[in-house]
Design a protein around this ligand. Structure first.
Ligand code: AMP
Length: 114
């Protein structure tokens, strides 16, 4: 657990969050400031600063995290969804504990790619 890491504190249940799923190495909870009808953050329980660091240090956990996203989307009633990994402050990352945004109910790709 990293000092002063808000997601480590959520994983440790030291601060509250609306948890929607848990697996051996991941926890998923609703984003406090949702940008879509479903906006869930899936985080590894282990502290890594971003998704790239996680993939390098703990590839099995990164794979587990990715697998969790489809299961959670299905659980939330969506077949189609977007995944966003903000990586680095210049790309909008504000919490430096690896996480993926799972967004469903809005086609995020239209915002960036259309
Ligand atoms: P990012 O900008 O990719 O680092 O995303 C961090 C996300 O964490 C933002 O969408 C915030 O709304 C969300 N967030 C910050 N604090 C909390 C919290 N205590 N519970 C749930 N989501 C949070």
């Amino acid at each position: 657990m990293a000092e002063d890491c808000i997601f480590c504190k959520i994983v440790a249940r030291e601060i509250p969050a609306e948890v929607v799923a848990e697996s051996e190495h991941t926890l998923a909870f609703r984003d406090i400031n949702p940008k879509a009808p479903v906006h869930v953050l899936v985080v590894p329980k282990v502290h890594q600063p971003d998704a790239a660091s996680l993939a390098q240090a703990e590839p099995q956990v990164a794979a587990e995290l990715l697998a969790q996203t489809r299961a959670i989307a299905t659980q939330e009633g969506y077949e189609d969804y977007n995944l966003v990994f903000n990586t680095g402050a210049g790309a909008g990352q504000t919490v430096f504990h690896a996480h993926v945004h799972l967004l469903a109910g809005v086609d995020v790709s239209k915002l960036f790619l259309a």
